[in-house]
Design a protein around this ligand. Structure first.
Ligand code: PLP
Length: 472
């Protein structure tokens, strides 16, 4: 492809993306394809001759689009909002075009320094104190793994960094609630703690970690000679957006010398609103914290904001310094390869920069408040019915609902009934919700927050759920 063809195809592609977004509302939210259907449209062998990019792009509508579930569709209420604003899309395009590799400051000074700038902006937007320094990770899963690796090394006096698994010593233990995201368990396993040393503790009626259970578990482990190492507090759990008591957890962490990591992957974005910050009182005591701007905030995947109180731990655990990576500026700059697991780093800051320039803090606050108001409206509607109930408090934009027909209390039947409702709505293509199980009860999660979702879309999904409840 030469420069002129790139220009021509690039303009066409931008036009295609804009028209896709314009007409998206008419497309079925959840992809209706069957397994294998997309694969079957492509040759099994690689193209021998080049020159086929134009033909490939001409086939997007037929070959790719049917197999896409539209995460930015205004009636996308599944999982979590995963917005990618136009500003962020342009930033991603620029990042690809520049093809900068930000492993060291010298290999891409602008990538390193713009990352420092946007992470500073995000820190302020989230109301975090200046003691925190931010770095971009690909996902919250990676950020949490980094946190647990740092915790492990701090508690063991960096012994694991030397002796590794052969280093010996009593086992290290990690604590989180039974509502914490699966990435916590995965990180604990990958960081070598082992399933036997991960304590997933019970939660209260609001699905938040019970402090007395945390205290008892730490004391029990200590008495048995184990070494309590890290606790993960969640602000906005995946199932219900419940909020762990961060302040109390921080006090216990300080008392027993545990690393406190806060997982605010989904709900952290709400902290752009000062009125929501009551939900993370105590967060300033965290050793590390993760928020996913690639969810509700609008910066396209992948962009996870990882904040640490003392970067020294991260750098000590992650740094590699072979001769071919050393540069003259090493003493005076950040080499971001030492702030995470991969050596190579994309210029992700561009998409945050353009998203924030385009939307502005005030624009974002207005959008988030719109979504919270839409969630409150839906809560009111549920409250006005006798046959629908909420299974969890609604702190932000996620509702956990279920339909309970009169006199129906059999959990198995209720589960089948609610599963059928969710499936009916999802198959219709008109909206997309997530069926999930909360403490043995089948629920339907409605997560509001796509950039294009207006009140009318929330009204429509509510209508669709009730219609499905009448007919399944
Ligand atoms: N933590 C919470 C609370 C989440 O809701 C999620 C994703 O839904 C994650 C972690 C994992 O996020 P990621 O896909 O960025 O690893």
């Amino acid at each position: 492809m030469d420069h002129d063809e790139f220009r021509r195809l690039g303009h066409q592609l931008i036009d295609w993306i804009a028209s896709y977004r314009e007409r998206m509302e008419k497309l079925p939210v959840m992809s209706p394809v069957k397994p294998g259907q997309v694969k079957a449209r492509f040759p099994a062998e690689p193209p021998r001759r080049g020159g086929g990019a134009a033909a490939g792009l001409a086939g997007i509508d037929a070959d790719i689009l049917p197999g896409v579930t539209h995460w930015t569709h205004p009636s996308f209420f599944a999982y979590f909002p995963s917005n990618a604003s136009y500003g962020s899309v342009l930033g991603d395009l620029l990042s690809s075009g520049l093809a900068a590799q930000g492993m060291s400051w010298q290999t891409a000074p602008a990538a390193t320094e713009l990352e420092e700038v946007v992470m500073g902006w995000l820190r302020q937007m989230l109301g975090l104190p200046p003691a925190f320094t931010g770095v971009i990770q690909d996902t919250a899963s990676t950020a949490t793994l980094c946190a647990l690796l740092c915790a492990r090394e701090r508690t063991s006096g960096f012994a694991q960094n030397h002796g590794g698994l052969q280093g010996g010593g009593p086992p290290l233990t990690v604590y989180a609630s039974d509502q914490s995201h699966a990435s916590i368990e995965k990180a604990a396993l990958l960081a070598g703690f082992g399933k036997d040393h991960l304590r997933l503790l019970g939660t209260d009626g609001r699905h938040a970690l019970r402090l007395e259970l945390l205290q008892a578990a730490i004391e029990k482990d200590k008495a048995a000679g184990r070494r309590p190492c890290a606790v993960v507090a969640c602000v906005g759990t995946t199932a219900t957006t419940s909020i762990d008591p961060v302040k109390g957890i921080a006090a216990l962490a300080a008392k027993h010398g545990l690393w406190l990591h806060v997982d605010a992957a989904m709900a952290g974005t709400a902290m752009v609103l000062p009125e929501c910050r009551v939900h993370w009182e105590g967060v300033e005591a965290a050793d590390s914290l993760v928020v996913n701007p690639h969810k509700w905030m609008g910066i396209g995947f992948d962009f996870s904001a990882y904040f640490v109180r003392d970067p020294e731990h991260l750098v000590r655990v992650m740094s590699t310094n072979p001769s071919y990576l050393r540069t003259a500026q090493d003493g005076e700059v950040r080499n971001l390869r030492d702030w995470g697991i991969p050596l190579g780093r994309r210029f992700r800051a561009l998409k945050a920069w353009l998203h924030l320039l385009d939307e502005g803090v005030e624009g974002m606050q207005a959008r988030l408040r719109r979504d919270l108001a839409n969630a409150r409206w839906l809560v009111e509607q549920v409250g006005q019915t006798t046959d629908w109930e909420l299974l969890a408090p609604v702190h932000f934009q996620t509702l956990c609902l279920r339909h309970v027909p009169t006199d129906q209390r059999d959990e198995k039947r209720l589960a089948a009934h609610n599963l059928a409702i969710a499936e009916r709505v999802n198959r219709s293509g008109k909206a997309y919700v997530t069926p999930a199980v909360l403490k043995g009860k089948q629920m339907i999660r409605v997560s509001i927050g796509a950039e294009s979702t207006e009140r009318r879309h929330v009204e429509a999904v509510w209508g669709a759920l009730r219609a499905a409840a009448r007919t399944v």
